[in-house]
Design a protein around this ligand. Structure first.
Ligand code: ATP
Ligand code: MG
Length: 428
């Protein structure tokens, strides 16, 4: 028989791991609620041209990582490789700019890039991202940076550092490009193949190269090329971060892969995922809304890789405390009692408890073992005798204590036991 395997670079998230995912997602959602970002859900695929324009023709993503296909109507479609272009497309299409307030949006979902799969790098991966569109205020850049920093803190990670830079405006980058090329030209032949080809197409991105990084020690800094307005914006972002006590390092070689950034660019760094050291990043993109056909609106956003977040959690042996245990495992013994089982289970569940029972016709010993395996806090045991007396036995699995409870009051009694029990557990 032919068997199937998941496609390379994809992952099955199985129970046990999924709880960590849920915890991370819940943390992100709660954070966004407090920062007043609202969720937006956009399609998993868009017109290819959106990414060509919105991400940039000379980026790794567009040049070699997109899952592009022709649909049956002969349109070129692409599975979304990142979240910003789709959100901005939606912002324009749905005229969100007509709102008197700025748009503060977030998303959590899968992205697709055809990459060489390794730990921390997949073909289907997940991002949590935010986009704030409609304001030029440097305090908003700082808010977005702070949100990401707080996210890592609240999932419990240690050792996340923030790096920031200003990439100026397209005009400033054009003049900086000349200075940079003057510096790079003499070493052209010693640079990696990627760098050599980037020198011709998008020299700024040479600075992003991991391989040749040490050679760029003496490279000109884009910060020296900024005009007054850009310098002022950057200073204000830094002042805002300082005021909020967000630690950061200025990295003048931080340019990021995407073409549409203006002013602020930032990354979150961490050690522990092989050679990968970036776990999230973002920046200001004042040119993007116009690039995808909208009015000229400034924006700033970030994207955080969730697989990398989970890998770090695992490395740092952080296990989120998710309540997955059963409250009650119901065991019935005897024909009449068995018939009552669905009713008892239903009553407890409808009362808000997590409850399960046997569906494999197992005998007494196996049933008690099954109850143990579930980690249920209580086992409720109903035999024909108890049923006749209108009672049920309730066993506290932690203490071994057992007592009889009137069947009619089961849900109420168990519920108050469980609440007591949970209260006890929460005590320091
Ligand atoms: P890298 O330099 O690692 O390729 P990138 O610059 O392509 O990253 P971005 O486009 O900025 O990454 O995406 C933001 C975040 O999304 C990254 O910091 C990372 O955490 C995550 N990410 C990007 N590509 C992948 C991938 N193929 N697999 C897993 N996570 C990814
Ligand atoms: Mg990449």
């Amino acid at each position: 028989m032919k068997t199937f395997q998941k496609p390379p670079g994809t992952q099955d998230v199985l129970p046990n791991t999924v709880e960590t995912w849920q915890f991370v997602e819940k943390t992100a959602r709660d954070l966004c609620r407090r920062f007043h970002y609202r969720e937006i859900r956009t399609p998993m695929f868009e017109a290819t041209e959106l990414y060509q324009r919105g991400v940039g023709e000379t980026t790794d993503i567009v040049e070699k990582e997109m899952y592009t296909f022709e649909d049956r109507g002969h349109r070129s479609m692409t599975l979304r490789p990142e979240g910003t272009a789709g959100v901005v497309r939606s912002y324009v299409e749905n005229k969100l700019y007509g709102d008197p307030d700025i748009a503060k949006l977030y998303y959590i979902g899968p992205m697709f890039r055809y990459e060489r799969a390794q730990a921390g790098r997949y073909r289907q991966f997940h991002q949590f991202g935010v986009e704030a569109i409609g304001s030029d205020d440097p305090a908003l850049d700082a808010e977005v940076i702070a949100l990401g920093y707080q996210f890592y803190k609240e999932v419990g990670l240690n050792g996340i550092t923030v790096e920031i830079n200003s990439v100026g405006t397209p005009e400033i980058r054009a003049s900086f490009r000349t200075k940079l090329l003057n510096f790079l030209e003499p070493m052209r032949s010693s640079l990696c193949e990627d760098c050599q080809s980037r020198m011709d197409r998008n020299p700024l991105r040479v600075l992003d190269c991991k391989v040749d990084q040490p050679k760029f020690e003496g490279a000109p800094s884009i910060l020296d090329s900024l005009d007054e307005e850009c310098t002022d914006h950057f200073t204000q972002v830094r002042q805002s971060l300082d005021a909020m006590d967000i630690p950061y390092r200025i990295n003048p070689r931080l340019v990021r892969g995407l073409d549409y950034y203006t002013h602020t660019a930032f990354e979150y760094k961490a050690q522990g995922i092989g050679s990968i050291d970036t776990v999230g990043g973002g920046g200001r993109y004042n040119g993007l809304v116009a690039e995808v056909g909208g009015d000229d609106r400034p924006g700033v956003g970030l994207g955080i890789g969730l697989e990398r977040t989970l890998l770090l959690l695992e490395n740092q042996q952080i296990q989120p405390n998710m309540d997955t245990a059963l409250d009650v495992y119901v065991i019935t013994l005897g024909e009449n009692a068995d018939r009552e089982s669905p009713v008892i289970v239903q009553k407890l569940r409808n009362a808000g408890l997590a409850v399960d029972r046997d569906y494999q016709g197992r005998k007494m010993k196996a049933l008690f073992k099954a109850a143990d395996r579930t980690g249920a806090r209580f086992t409720a045991i109903l035999g024909d005798d108890e049923l006749e007396r209108g009672e049920i036995a309730l066993k506290n699995m932690a203490t071994g204590e057992q007592q009889h409870v009137p069947l009619s009051e089961l849900a109420t009694v168990v519920f108050s036991f469980i609440t007591e029990h949970k209260k006890g557990n929460n005590q320091p």
